[in-house]
Design a protein around this ligand. Structure first.
Ligand code: BGC
Length: 739
């Protein structure tokens, strides 16, 4: 017996040792180690080197760095670049940082990889129309893999700005108008880019942007001022950002706009009180492009020095492109307008992320990846699948669609029918127009050998010339059906692409009218980056497909739908107005004391309907669904309780298809008036003909609560309505009471 003890002890020791060797340090331990390394490095840095870490500069646009970067990097005066990529250039510059600079602090290479790098996926607004965040996670992870191969480690995405005004061109980059859907896509994209651990090969550091309320620019005019209550900020504009933080996003980007008079790149409340203090975000904030300098034009900073002071003190850590932190940091410190602690905190945050990225251990990216990573058949197939799932069937009278592949003849008409550029959308990374499958190409490769396909452009997407109309109408006349592809050119969606009119640009509407008048079944396919105003088409054309800017594979995906290989199941992530004057028009609005009716003294327009063209959540299918047996698990719950919502969804048509079942609530009377409807749950399900599924959703305090006048998140007692349906208008209602 006595001999056994030392043996047991030895075994125990060996076991502990083995554990120690085999388990990687816990993430908590890893963070402690990182903080130590950051502190040690900080202690060795000169002020110049510290300010250098706060500087990001852009490359030459073609992926190359600028000649001046070399010297700056050698002296430790540059922390990050924007757009330096491909051909081993990041490694080239990194080598200088790591081998020739005094402290060997690696550079961080960033770039806008928004909806694809080389394989371009549908624009984010379109991906939101899938109502399937897992797909956005997938596309983001492929984008990350491709961008990583180009030497990149950081993407300025996801853009999670809520957009209620389709005049704003950047509505194309986000998930639309709803905070709940927006939060789901924010989470998914962060996970897709960063994975479990962004230090792994093929992953990118993500950046939630633009903090904050940039999407609420007055009049939909890009960069414009935003004016809004804290209540609206917290309940509508913050949630997708909070979701990104909860998903572990490493960085934030401060925005261009002023918020209630204070530029968001110097907004103490949002940058420090909310982001750092309330949300405990420990990554860093990069300003948007020259946003720090732009505070002078805003009328907020007197000069460059003032701008640097305001921005750094408010909580921006890295300055993109303008160089005011660097130019004025030392003087500000000397004049005690900036403390050493503030500078150190900004540097600490940047170094922390560089350590978390593993840049100090693995500063280089394997250059050989570039040969195999791009545009693989698998990525193309996924891009095609996602594009198909993002498309929304807006109208399909008398089953005009799907078409038969052996149809005798088709006229494919319109300025975007054979356009390779627009489907890629804004921020298309290193996507190449030449890789794009156009609708015409997609249709041609889908139909039978006997089908005659005639193409006529009709007109240009922007110009006034209608001389091509005759050829277009002749093509329609001589064909069994006409497919007209119209919409917006790439430059009409994205940054600095605000529009005063949501009408189809140029003479496209006239082209559709001329073609439709020929009398052949006419199908309109929309290629666009924002909700359009297309009343005449809705009233006069039997079939409409919203195809968005669908990416590299969009033409194939369009053909998949037109010919029935894919049954459309996308739903609008944003309300479609009838005409521009109705905007902002969004489903989750507050009520008025006089909700619109046909009576005169009500809240409406006298010269336009008050209803949208298509409501939020709307989309048709080639099959039909019935949502029934909506039930609640309780009619009364406690404030901290939850209620289960169940519903059945059945495919009562003849084809397999997808339905998105949506759950909305309304808090009927509260201490601050609540929206008429708020999305709080959704599920996209695929059902075979005759198949029925029971779905369950849980509504808990996080869904039922809101920010009260004291900005406390509370669930208030009273009646709640629960609405379940296939879009925000077509719903079945039940009620329960919170005691
Ligand atoms: C945009 C940002 C973008 C940055 C860098 C800015 O103009 O607003 O969204 O990340 O440029 O390209």
């Amino acid at each position: 017996m006595r001999h056994k003890k030392p043996l047991t002890l030895l075994l125990c020791l060996l076991f502990v040792l083995a554990l120690f060797i085999s388990t990687p340090p816990s993430s908590a331990q890893r963070n402690v180690d990182i903080e130590k390394r950051v502190s040690a490095l900080l202690a060795r840095m000169t002020l110049e080197e510290k300010l250098g870490q706060l500087q990001q500069l852009d490359g030459q646009g073609d992926g190359n760095f600028r000649p001046e970067h070399v010297d700056m990097v050698r002296k430790g005066l540059l922390g990050s670049t924007l757009g330096v990529r491909n051909g081993g250039r990041p490694n080239q510059l990194q080598r200088i940082a790591v081998e020739q600079s005094r402290l060997k602090i690696p550079l961080l290479f960033g770039f806008d990889t928004i909806h694809g790098y080389r394989t371009i996926f549908p624009i984010p607004l379109a991906e939101a129309a899938t109502w399937d965040p897992a797909l956005a996670e997938r596309s983001s992870s492929i984008a990350a893999k491709e961008a990583y191969a180009a030497g990149l480690r950081w993407t300025f995405a996801p853009m999670v700005d809520i957009a209620r005004d389709p005049r704003w061109g950047r509505i194309t980059e986000g998930a639309g108008e709803d905070p709940f859907l927006g939060a789901a896509f924010a989470r998914a994209r962060v996970r897709g880019f960063q994975g479990e651990d962004y230090s792994q090969p093929g992953k990118l550091l993500a950046c939630a942007k633009h903090w904050v309320a940039y999407g609420a620019a007055e009049g939909g005019r890009d960069y414009n001022t935003t004016e809004m209550s804290e209540q609206t900020l917290r309940s509508i504009y913050f949630p997708p950002f909070k979701a990104a933080v909860d998903a572990g996003v490493g960085t934030f980007m401060s925005a261009f706009n002023a918020l209630n008079g204070i530029p968001t790149s110097a907004h103490q409340f949002t940058l420090t009180k909310v982001l750092r203090d309330e949300w405990k975000f420990d990554g860093f904030v990069v300003s948007d492009y020259t946003a720090v300098q732009e505070m002078i034009a805003h009328g907020y900073a007197a000069d460059g020095k003032d701008a640097a002071r305001l921005s750094l003190n408010a909580g921006v850590d890295m300055e993109m492109v303008s160089r005011l932190f660097n130019q004025h940091g030392a003087a500000l410190l000397q004049e005690r307008k900036l403390t050493q602690a503030t500078i150190d905190e900004a540097v600490r945050r940047i170094l922390r992320i560089k350590f978390r990225l593993g840049l100090f251990e693995k500063p280089y990216v394997d250059e050989s990846l570039e040969k195999t990573a791009y545009l693989t058949p698998e990525s193309r197939a996924i891009a095609r699948d996602i594009a198909g799932r993002s498309m929304v069937l807006l109208k399909n009278e008398r089953d005009t669609l799907p078409l038969s592949k052996s149809i005798g003849s088709i006229a494919v008409i319109g300025p975007l029918a054979d356009d390779k550029r627009s489907p890629l959308g804004w921020w298309s990374g290193d996507g190449k127009d030449d890789d794009t499958v156009t609708p015409l190409a997609g249709i041609k490769s889908k139909v039978s050998a006997q089908t005659k396909v005639t193409y006529a452009k009709g007109c240009d997407v922007l110009a006034d010339d209608t001389s091509g109309f005759a050829e277009a109408t002749a093509a329609a006349r001589n064909s069994d059906v006409a497919i007209v592809v119209v919409g917006e050119p790439k430059e009409f969606a994205g940054e600095a692409a605000s529009r005063a009119s949501l009408d189809l640009p140029g003479r496209q509407m006239d082209l559709v009218k001329e073609v439709a008048r020929v009398g052949k079944p006419t199908i309109v396919v929309l290629v666009n980056g924002r909700p359009p105003a297309i009343g005449w088409i809705v009233d006069n054309v039997p079939a409409i497909l919203e195809a968005w800017m669908g990416g590299t594979e969009s033409g194939n995906a369009i053909a998949d739908i037109l010919f029935g290989d894919v049954n459309p199941g996308g739903k609008l992530p944003v309300t479609f107005p009838r005409l521009t004057g109705q905007v902002p028009i969004y489903y989750n609005h507050l009520n008025t004391g006089r909700p619109p009716t046909t009576e005169r003294y009500n809240s409406k327009y006298i010269d336009a309907p008050w209803t949208p063209q298509f409501p939020f959540g709307f989309g048709l299918s080639y099959t039909q669904f019935r949502i029934s047996n909506v039930a609640l698990s309780a009619t009364q719950i406690r404030g901290d309780g939850s209620v289960r919502v169940t519903a059945e969804v059945e495919n009562i048509g003849k084809r397999a298809g997808d339905e998105v079942v949506q759950v909305y609530i309304r808090d009927v009377a509260a201490s601050i008036a609540r929206p008429v409807k708020e999305l709080k749950g959704f599920q996209r399900v695929e059902l075979k003909p005759g198949e029925k599924r029971r779905l369950e959703f849980v509504l808990g305090p996080e869904h039922l609560g809101f920010y009260n006048q004291q900005m406390k998140f509370v669930v208030e007692p009273g009646e709640f309505r629960v609405m379940v349906g296939s879009n925000s208008q077509d719903v079945t209602e039940k009620t329960f009471v919170v005691q």
